[in-house]
Design a protein around this ligand. Structure first.
Ligand SMILES: C[S@@+](CC[C@H](N)C(=O)[O-])C[C@H]1O[C@@H](n2cnc3c(N)ncnc32)[C@H](O)[C@@H]1O
Length: 237
């Protein structure tokens, strides 16, 4: 981080859950593999964006590489970006096992990754932007916008709170976690809310617009999750 100003947020310092250790990363992959139908989630993103063989994609907060690997199989090139070297190592090994060779693994993050190749068609980021406080989310979204082609699209999925009934929504969400993933998941979610930087929908939506995106579609889930498809403004008819 040597050429960055002293006031730059240190995104390499893990907040909330610590993904710096290989054992944490293996546990994350196994746990999420049980909790989520990751393959189906990724298939839906690929279909929503219509990712095809000639397209290029950046996956920010790529984690254990599930989306990067699945989208690499149907696109030209994927850049998998993550601040955790342990995550990147795990994802790289997984991609080798699957015989995927068109992923560039990049150690960096929303605030520090520098995209020196041509602008990309799509940027995807799932459950990662909440690692940044709101001001830095705004900075990050502007950077992402600059990495996209005109009319390029951003798919953003994260914990984002609807303003109405937020306390009741959070309480109901936590209660529903016990049967899905036991005490471990309840504690993960509690820690997420307490220590990580998920924000309100009106803040997220304003940040997206100010960063140069038009929100094309949004889906809210339980008042605690939001999925946005956004288009880079400027190149549209
Ligand atoms: C909850 S995991 C989600 C991984 C994957 N996207 C998924 O949906 O399974 C969050 C990931 O974001 C990464 N991360 C945290 N802060 C980041 C930042 N500032 N820039 C990029 N990635 C970051 C973490 O290292 C971790 O791999």
């Amino acid at each position: 981080m040597s050429n960055l100003p002293a006031w730059q947020f240190d995104e390499m310092k893990q907040v909330g859950k610590d993904y710096a250790e290989a054992s944490e990363v293996e546990a994350f992959d196994a746990f999420h593999g049980k909790l989520r139908d990751v393959e189906k989630e990724n298939e839906a993103i690929i279909k929503t964006l219509s990712i095809q063989k000639h397209h290029s994609v950046i996956d920010f907060g790529a984690g254990t590489g599930a989306f990067a690997i699945q989208s690499a199989a149907c696109s030209r090139k994927v850049y998998a970006v993550d601040v955790s070297r342990a995550m990147l190592n795990f994802a790289r090994n997984k991609s080798k096992t699957k015989g995927i060779s068109n992923i560039v693994f990049c150690h960096g993050g929303f605030l520090t990754y520098s995209h020196t190749d041509d602008p990309v068609d799509f940027i995807v980021t799932s459950l990662a932007l909440h690692h940044l406080p709101d001001f830095w989310k705004g900075v990050a979204l502007r950077r992402l916008n600059s990495m996209l082609k005109p009319e390029g699209r951003l798919f953003l999925y994260d914990v984002v709170y609807s303003e109405e009934n937020y306390e009741a929504n959070i309480t109901a969400w936590i209660s529903s976690m016990e049967s899905i993933g036991g005490r471990e998941l309840v504690e993960d979610v509690e820690m997420h809310i307490r220590e990580e930087y998920s924000t309100f929908t009106w803040i997220m939506e304003s940040l997206l617009e100010k960063a140069g995106f038009r929100i094309d579609t949004v889906n809210y889930d339980k008042g605690v999750l939001a999925q946005y498809v956004c288009i880079k403004k400027g190149g549209e008819a």
